[in-house]
Each structure stands twice: as structure tokens, then as C-alpha cells.
Design a protein around this ligand. Structure first.
Ligand SMILES: Cc1cc2nc3c(=O)[nH]c(=O)nc-3n(C[C@H](O)[C@H](O)[C@H](O)COP(=O)(O)OP(=O)(O)OC[C@H]3O[C@@H](n4cnc5c(N)ncnc54)[C@H](O)[C@@H]3O)c2cc1C
Length: 449
């Protein structure tokens, strides 16, 4: 590989790739625009968490940090659905097997473990507060916003959805990309612990308040609080422009949550509103000098809880390609994208589908009937059928395969519901067998209770 080897961005994808490269014996410099999150105080209400699933845990096992991660996660067994017309929330389990749980984890704490892992290789130097302004691929130079420049032999762009590395590859004509805005945004809030420091809701579930074209979700943090996120159309956010408007809106849509958050309107006013979109890019690399991974190549909407999981899976797959052909880096880049892009396209589509499922489907009787039959068929035919959610969250089969299998399964399930005389067992038994699990899928890797 050309030297110096540089990684742009020290988020989950960049920190993990640097760890892999360091373990291969490469010297790596990582440039990160933010301050070191391990030593920087984050403000109150910024304990943002996300859902970790199998595609994320496998690389964490691979690089030997799973025990540290286990200590900071909270298992979630299913969706706790707070429907508008039901006094008691209902738990919809994610799967039928004990290990089929996802894990709530602080984005910053997980990132900190990965930064430590990268540095522990003894080969990775991370420079914080270095914001890359532009990338000159012809002269192999990174230009920073403080006017300084640094050389690179190869640059890995793990610099997120607004990636300057992607802009540089696109400027050569090698990459074509677009961002599809969703037209919906999000706002993260904190639901505090009770007076004893305990969770005010069941911590072992992902709470959802589905409301048709908008929804609220909540994931527990170890300190007893929850990170609550409102997803809604942009116009809804535009209309919530005063404390009174926020209070009236929450009173009408999520009165039970509003009652637990005395400073709701203050938080709403103080916290930023995020935009959501899908980055669709083709041509992730430039010769043997530049390569994109994670959100820089395939940012998706967050409704399948897979963006970070996919970013970490991408780092592992890219490492495999680089290790397989160390003397042909341009070829490795090309083969990696050929293998990976159909899958990142597939998860982008499935994540969009899941928004509709989460904000409306989970309370739709037809959806509940299909999901119940899918889980039932999985028990009877565990080698031939697995619900889409399980294939995405609890396996490492390529996302593209999961999407195709889910479409075939969905047709069988729809036909069985429409016509009870259909021999659904025969149809399911005729589906191709599910692939073997990745040897690193260790279901005891993270605590599940
Ligand atoms: C509301 C929300 C909820 C989510 N929930 C989940 C979830 O439950 N599960 C899940 O798997 N994913 C989730 N995601 C997605 C997840 O956050 C991202 O997919 C993941 O962070 C991508 O990792 P990355 O390393 O590719 O990019 P990033 O995390 O964006 O990291 C990029 C890094 O590059 C740095 N950088 C950017 N520009 C520059 C520059 N010019 N110079 C130097 N450094 C730069 C940034 O500071 C950052 O540290 C969610 C996203 C959102 C918005």
C-alpha cells in the first residue's frame, strides 16, 4: 500500500478500519475534525445512544473489544409499542430465540473503545481538531481549514455523510453520488431517571410511540435516563417554533412522555433538529489512492438501526479484501465495492421501508398477522425461513440476500393469509436453505439479560 496511510474521520468506521490496518502492521494517521471525545466533556442531554446488532458485534469480537463493549450495553428484547388507543404498551419480541436481542449503547462510549483499540495497536496516531477542508488527489495532499497540509499515499474516507474525500473522488469523475433527502427530520431529547436513579420505563425494550406520519422512540442509557428521539416531517418541526407549540404538540401526541419530562420545551428549543437522508454513491475509490467507507459511501436513514452496524461491517470486509491482495490495492478496492454495493443499496431501501413499518405498521392488524405467521413459520422451518428483521439484525448474510429472501418469504406469507388452503409449509420448505452463520457470530458475546 502507498504510504503514508491516512484515515479521514475517527467515527466508528474510521477508528475500526485504523485498528484493522494497525493490526496488519501498517502505520496509520487518522485526522479527526472534532476534539478527543475521551477527554472532552459532553454537555447534558448529549448521551446519544444507538442500537448495536450482530453486524456490529462481529467486528468488535474480531478486534477483541467485545468484553469492554458488553459492559456498556443494555439488551433490548423487542419493541414496546405505545399505541395511541391502548392504555398498556405491548411488547413485540424481535425474535423467537434468546440471543435475538439488540443492544442500546452510547455512541460516544463505543467510539471511545474503538479509539483506544486503534491506539493499542501501537501503529495508529490520531490527530484531533484537524478539519480537512479539501483533498487534492493529483498532488496527494490533504488541506486543512487552518491552512496546513499533510501528504498521503492512500486516504480512506471514513469522514461521514458530507465526506470531503468523496467530493474529491467525484471531482475526478470516478464517483457519482447523490443525497436523497427524506423530508423528515429528528430531534434527540433526554428523559431523566427517577429520583432513585432508576429507569422510568422498561430499559430492556426499544420504546416506540407510532403516530402515522411521525413517531417517538426511546432507548435506555446505563445511568437511568433514556434518549428519546422524535422523527417527524420537516413541516412539523417548522411548526414547533415556541414552547407553547411544543407543549401542546406533545400533550396531544405523547402525553405520557411529556409528563415524565418537565423541561421538555427547554430541551426542544436548545437541541438541534437533524436532517435525514440517503447517500447513494457509485465509484467509491480512485486508483489505489482513495477509498470510501461507512456513511461516506453509504449513509442511510436510521430506521433499521443499521448505519453504524453497516459501517463497521464495511470496515471488516474492506480489511479482508486488503489483506487478500496486498500487492493489488486498486483491485482490492474494486472487488470490495463490487461485493459490497448491492448490499448497501439493499439496506438503504430496507431502512426506508422500516420507517413506515415503525411509525404505522406495528399497529396495523395486517402487519401484526404477517409478523406472527413469519415467527411461527420460522419455528417450524428454522433452516429455510427467517423474518427480514432477523436476517438484517441477527445474521451477517449479505443485506442484498436478506432483501431478496424477504421478498420471496413475503409473497408466501401474503398468499397464505389471503387463502388459508395454501400449503404454506410446503412452500417454505421449498425455499433455499439459509446460509451458515459467520463463524464469529457468537451469540453469547453480549449479555442478553
Ligand atoms: C438519529 C440517528 C440515529 C441512529 N441510530 C442508529 C442505530 O440505532 N444503529 C446504527 O447502527 N446506526 C444508527 N445511526 C447511524 C450511525 O450514527 C452512522 O451510520 C454511523 O455513525 C456512521 O459511522 P461513520 O464512522 O461512517 O461516520 P460518522 O459517525 O459520521 O463519523 C465520521 C467522522 O468523521 C469526522 N469528520 C467529518 N468530516 C471531517 C473532516 N472534514 N475532517 C476531519 N474529520 C471529519 C466526523 O467528526 C466524525 O467523527 C443513527 C443515525 C442517526 C442520525
Amino acid at each position: 500500500m502507498r504510504t503514508p496511510i491516512v484515515v479521514a474521520g475517527a467515527g466508528p468506521a474510521g477508528a475500526l478500519l485504523a485498528t484493522y490496518l494497525g493490526r496488519q502492521g501498517h502505520d496509520v494517521t487518522v485526522y479527526e475534525s472534532r476534539s478527543d471525545l475521551r477527554t472532552t466533556e459532553i454537555g447534558a442531554g448529549r448521551s446519544i445512544n444507538l442500537a448495536l446488532a450482530t453486524r456490529g458485534t462481529v467486528p468488535l469480537i474480531d478486534v477483541g473489544v467485545i468484553e469492554q463493549v458488553d459492559a456498556i450495553t443494555i439488551p433490548m428484547r423487542g419493541r414496546m409499542v405505545h399505541a395511541v388507543d391502548q392504555p398498556n404498551p405491548e411488547l413485540q419480541p424481535y425474535g423467537t430465540r434468546a440471543h435475538e436481542v439488540i443492544h442500546s449503547v452510547s455512541r460516544n462510549d463505543l467510539n471511545a473503545i474503538l479509539l483506544d483499540a486503534a491506539e493499542a495497536t501501537g501503529r495508529v496516531t490520531i490527530e484531533f481538531d484537524r478539519h480537512i477542508a479539501s483533498v487534492d488527489l493529483d498532488r496527494s495532499l490533504l488541506h486543512f481549514d487552518d491552512g496546513t497540509s499533510e501528504p498521503f499515499g492512500v486516504v480512506f474516507g471514513a469522514d461521514g455523510a458530507g465526506s470531503p474525500v468523496r467530493m474529491a473522488i467525484a471531482a475526478t469523475g470516478a464517483c457519482r453520488w447523490r443525497t436523497d433527502r427524506l423530508g423528515h427530520g429528528y430531534k434527540e431529547l433526554t428523559l431523566p431517571a427517577d429520583d432513585n436513579g432508576d429507569h422510568r420505563l422498561d430499559p430492556n425494550a426499544l420504546h416506540i410511540w407510532p403516530r402515522g406520519d411521525l413517531m417517538l422512540i426511546a432507548l435506555a442509557n446505563p445511568a437511568g435516563d433514556f434518549t428519546v428521539t422524535l422523527f417527524a416531517p420537516t413541516e412539523t418541526f417548522d411548526s414547533l417554533n415556541s414552547a407553547a407549540a411544543v407543549e401542546t404538540f406533545f400533550e396531544a401526541e405523547f402525553a405520557d412522555v411529556a409528563a415524565l419530562m418537565p423541561d421538555l420545551a427547554d430541551q426542544f428549543g436548545a437541541n438541534p433538529t437533524g436532517v435525514l437522508g440517503t447517500v447513494r454513491a457509485t465509484g467509491w475509490s480512485y486508483e489505489d489512492r482513495a477509498m470510501l467507507l461507512g456513511d461516506a459511501a453509504h449513509a442511510i436513514v436510521p430506521f433499521h438501526g443499521q448505519g453504524m452496524n453497516a459501517a463497521m461491517e464495511s470496515a471488516r470486509l474492506l480489511d479482508r479484501h486488503l489483506s487478500a491482495t496486498p500487492d493489488d490495492i486498486a483491485g482490492a478496492f474494486h472487488r470490495y465495492e463490487t461485493e459490497r454495493r448491492p448490499s448497501t443499496d439493499a439496506i438503504a431501501d430496507m431502512a426506508l421501508d422500516n420507517y413506515i413499518e415503525m411509525r404505522a405498521g406495528v399497529v396495523d392488524p395486517d402487519y401484526v398477522a404477517r409478523r406472527t405467521l413469519a415467527l411461527d413459520l420460522e419455528k417450524r422451518h428454522p433452516e429455510h425461513l427467517s423474518p427480514r428483521y432477523s436476517m438484517v439484525m441477527f445474521s451477517t448474510m449479505p443485506y442484498a440476500e436478506a432483501k431478496d429472501r424477504a421478498a420471496a418469504q413475503g409473497e408466501i406469507i401474503a398468499s397464505a393469509i389471503a387463502d388459508p388452503s395454501v400449503d404454506v409449509d410446503a412452500l417454505v420448505a421449498a425455499l433455499p436453505r439459509l446460509p451458515a452463520l459467520d463463524p464469529l457470530v457468537d451469540h453469547d458475546a453480549l449479555s442478553v439479560s
